[in-house]
Design a binder for this molecule. Structure first.
Ligand code: ADP
Ligand code: ADP
Length: 236
């Protein structure tokens, strides 16, 4: 079942066309990997899914993107509620220079939650979902910046999950990490797919093969192939 439907999408940075006639469906509760050489538009397409491209002046978009049947570029959709539903984790872990607790509580507080008991519950369940609770439960008041890179990235995942999104976008979210932290996040992502629709950009074909259900190949701003990952890597 498709959660996201992208139809004939063109994206221009000024005069430069970064996405060319992209049509693609993204299945729900599965992992879709975007792969392809550097500069071919993977990150650009990922960012259109929560309208991060709106923040870049001179960007123009044609075509449509629907999430759960709703056109996310229509005037009825507010960017803030879209970003709540579509979380993003970047390449570099970017926790706020605040406590571990305040990082996870950030989104819920932004959306008006003040009840301390509820916040505690959300912080715990989000950290559990991000496979971090056992490591940090006694240190919630410590600065997030005191954590290792891998822990910081899992914290960023917990922060995104705390507002209960349907979709989690990951933009090369393991490429700044060591191999063991990378494997931990790959395992984590596998667990999260039972509850979330995950779209990840990776430059690593092996990672796509290990974790994704659907693989999408990009070349020069075009989607050249979109395939079931298992079929792809079992048929030479
Ligand atoms: P990938 O994620 O596949 O490496 P990107 O989506 O980041 O590729 O970039 C696609 C193309 O768009 C590249 O040629 C890149 O230089 C260009 N590009 C990306 N961001 C901008 C921007 N803000 N302004 C102008 N060109 C951009
Ligand atoms: P942006 O300018 O893209 O909105 P911010 O500086 O607000 O970015 O946020 C930086 C980080 O915090 C990003 O990783 C983003 O995904 C995360 N973030 C922003 N808002 C929320 C929220 N309401 N809930 C959870 N995470 C959030």
């Amino acid at each position: 079942q498709a959660l996201i439907e992208i139809d004939k999408l063109n994206l221009y940075y000024g005069a430069f066309q970064a996405l060319k006639n992209v049509s693609l469906t993204i299945p729900e509760k599965a992992i879709t990997a975007f792969i392809g050489p550097s500069g071919c538009g993977k990150s650009t397409l990922l960012r259109t899914l929560n309208r991060m491209n709106d923040m870049i002046p001179g960007t123009r978009i044609e075509g449509s993107i629907k999430i759960s049947g709703k056109d996310i570029y229509s005037s009825e959709v507010e960017v803030e509620s879209l970003r709540k539903n579509v979380g993003m984790v970047f390449q570099q872990p970017n926790p706020f220079p605040k406590s571990i607790y305040d990082n996870v509580a950030y989104g819920p507080r932004l959306h008006g939650m003040t009840n301390k008991k509820k916040l505690d519950e959300i912080v715990e369940s989000s950290l559990r979902s991000a496979a971090l609770w056992d490591e940090v439960k006694d240190y919630l008041k410590r600065s997030a910046l005191s954590m290792s890179g891998g822990q910081q990235q899992r914290l960023c995942i917990a922060r995104a999950l705390a507002v209960n999104p349907d979709v989690l976008l990951m933009d090369e979210s393991t490429s700044a990490l060591d191999p063991i932290s990378t494997l931990k996040i790959e395992e984590l992502v596998q667990e999260l797919k039972s509850q979330y629709t995950i779209v990840m950009v990776t430059h690593n074909m092996h990672q796509a093969a290990r974790v994704s259900n659907q693989t999408v190949f990009f070349l020069n701003g075009e989607v050249v192939e979109s395939t079931d990952t298992e079929t792809l890597f079992s048929n030479p």
